[in-house]
Design a binder for this molecule. Structure first.
Ligand code: FE
Ligand code: FE
Ligand code: ZN
Length: 299
C-alpha cells in the first residue's frame, strides 16, 4: 500500500467513494403473464434493475410453458442493462407443513417443477413462505419443511432457494430467526438455501428495524448468519412492531417509514442484494418509490 492510498483510507475518501459506487438493485413484483421480456421492459420503464414474479398462478397452481425465445430476449436485455439477480416467488397456496397430505404433495410437485423451470434463467433466487403448521406445532412444521427441501434440492441446480421471514400471524413458521436457522440446519445441501428478509414481516414479527436496524442485523447475523441473506422485500407496514398482522403499506406511509427503509436499502452490509417492493401500487407508484429509494441514504 502506498502512503497516498493509506492516507485516503484514513480520511475515509475511499470508503465514501466505494459506498456511492455500491450497486443498488431495486425493483418490484411484476406480473409474469406476458413473459420475461415484457417484465424486463416493464422493469426498465420504472427505473428498476431487478424484479420479482410468480412462477405460476399465486392462488391456483398451473404454470405456463416457458418460451425459450422469450427467455433469450430477456437475458439479452438484462445483460445490456446490468440487471441484478431476480427473485421468483412460489405460489401462496404452497404449504409444505400442512396437516393435509394432498396440500403437501402439491408443495412438492409445484416446487420441483419450478426448480426445473428456473434453470431457464440460471443463477437466480426462488423465494417461498415456509408455511403454517396449522396446529401441529412448530417442531413438526419445521421437520416437514426440511423434509420437503431435502427432496427438492439437487446438487446440480443453480437456483438458491430462499426462506422468507414471516410476520408470525396464525401458525406461520419463520417469524423467529431461530426457526429459519433450524430449517437451514436440517437441509443437507445447504449451499442452495438462503433467506429473504421482508421488512414489513420482520417488523410485524417484533424486530424493531425502524428503531434499531443495526441491532436487528446483528441478531440476524448471530442466529442465522448475514451470509445467508440473499434478498430483501422492501415494504412499509400498516401495523406497529410485533402486531403479527402482515399488511403492507406504501413506502413512507406506514410505521417503518421512508428514512428507515432508505437506510436499509443503502446499508453497507446489505449492498448488492436485490431489493423488491411489494407495496400496494400500480407501476407509476412503483416508479416513484424506486426513485425515492435510489436517492441518498437517510441518516
Ligand atoms: Fe412473500
Ligand atoms: Fe414478502
Ligand atoms: Zn407480506
Amino acid at each position: 500500500m502506498t502512503a497516498h492510498t493509506e492516507n485516503i483510507i484514513k480520511t475515509g475518501a475511499v470508503k465514501g467513494a466505494a459506498l456511492s459506487a455500491a450497486p443498488l438493485y431495486i425493483g418490484c413484483h411484476l406480473s409474469s403473464v406476458k413473459g420475461f421480456e415484457n417484465m424486463g421492459r416493464e422493469a426498465l420503464s420504472i427505473g428498476a434493475d431487478t424484479f420479482q414474479f410468480f412462477t405460476r398462478n399465486p392462488r391456483g397452481g398451473r404454470a405456463k410453458a416457458i418460451d425459450p425465445e422469450d427467455v433469450r430476449r430477456f437475458k439479452e436485455l438484462a445483460r445490456e442493462h446490468g440487471f441484478g439477480r431476480l427473485v421468483a416467488h412460489a405460489p401462496y397456496t404452497l404449504n409444505p407443513c400442512s396437516a393435509t397430505e394432498k396440500v403437501r404433495a402439491f408443495a412438492y410437485t409445484a416446487m420441483s417443477d419450478d426448480m426445473e423451470r428456473m434453470e431457464y434463467i440460471p443463477g437466480n433466487y426462488y423465494n417461498f413462505h415456509p408455511g403454517s403448521h396449522v396446529g401441529q406445532g412448530v417442531e413438526k412444521g419445521i421437520a416437514l419443511i426440511t423434509d420437503l427441501l431435502n427432496r427438492i434440492i439437487k446438487p446440480e441446480q443453480s437456483t438458491v432457494i430462499l426462506l422468507e421471514t414471516m410476520a408470525g400471524k396464525g401458525s406461520e413458521i419463520g417469524g423467529r430467526f431461530e426457526e429459519l436457522r433450524e430449517i437451514i440446519d436440517g437441509v443437507e445441501i445447504d449451499e442452495k438455501i438462503g433467506v429473504c428478509l421482508d421488512t414489513c414481516h420482520v417488523s410485524d414479527a417484533g424486530y424493531d428495524i425502524a428503531g434499531d436496524l443495526d441491532g436487528v442485523l446483528d441478531e440476524f447475523d448471530r442466529v442465522i448468519g448475514l451470509d445467508r441473506l440473499k434478498a430483501l422485500h422492501i415494504n412499509d407496514s400498516m401495523n406497529p412492531v410485533g402486531a403479527r398482522k402482515d399488511r403492507h403499506a406504501k413506502i413512507g406511509e406506514g410505521t417503518i417509514g421512508y428514512e428507515a427503509l432508505s437506510r436499509i436499502v443503502h446499508h453497507p452490509k446489505l449492498a448488492g442484494l436485490p431489493c423488491i417492493l411489494e407495496t400496494p401500487n400500480d407501476l407509476a407508484g412503483y416508479a416513484r418509490e424506486i426513485e425515492m429509494l435510489r436517492e441518498t441514504a437517510g441518516k
